[in-house]
Design a protein. Structure first.
Length: 186
């Protein structure tokens, strides 16, 4: 019969071996810098107008991004209402990454602001992005988005947009609301 000390020692060794084996499966999820999953689009590819299936795909991407940003606005509003500072900090870090890696490349093309099938969706997404930046208390970044909307849609003040969120109004009215909201704290 083994003593309790021998069993305890065996248990410790078994736990150590299990921990070492498990640590071999752990990774931080990052790919090496030299691995490229999809080739980067050239500037000509990014600015070329699309048609057919490619246009439908871009519309879907813009719609999905718009829905995401609307949900992010609601989440951030909820965190602000509950005064959840740690949640806000973590969520803002996620939002910064999302905006930089996903939304900015999606909105970088000029053509979609002029394409008749994508213009309204592009404008609505930009308004939703500005609203999100205001909720994040990023007034400078929100101002850049406002200026970009003004530049891209300079001749279309009467275009109907979905801003304030959940309502409809003209582009001019939406920009006035954004300028007023930019300094809002809530």
């Amino acid at each position: 019969m083994r003593t309790w000390r021998a069993r305890r020692t065996e248990t410790r060794w078994a736990a150590l071996v299990a921990a070492l084996l498990a640590s071999g499966c752990i990774s931080d999820g990052r790919l090496p810098d030299d691995v490229e999953l999809a080739p980067a689009a050239t500037s000509a590819e990014q600015s070329a107008p699309l048609g057919g299936e490619a246009l439908a795909q871009r519309r879907l991407e813009l719609r999905r991004a718009y829905d995401d940003v609307i949900h992010f606005n609601a989440t951030l509003a909820s965190l602000n209402r509950r005064r959840d500072r740690s949640g806000q900090t973590l969520f803002r870090a996620f939002l910064d990454a999302y905006l930089g890696m996903h939304l900015e490349p999606l909105l970088s093309g000029e053509w979609q602001s002029r394409h008749p099938e994508l213009t309204a969706l592009d404008a609505n997404l930009r308004f939703a992005e500005a609203e999100l930046l205001i909720r994040m208390r990023e007034q400078r970044r929100a101002q850049r988005v406002i200026e970009e909307i003004e530049r891209r849609y300079a001749e279309r003040d009467d275009m109907v947009v979905g801003y304030p969120l959940g309502q409809q109004g003209t582009l001019r009215e939406g920009l006035e609301v954004l300028r007023d909201r930019k300094w809002w704290r809530g």
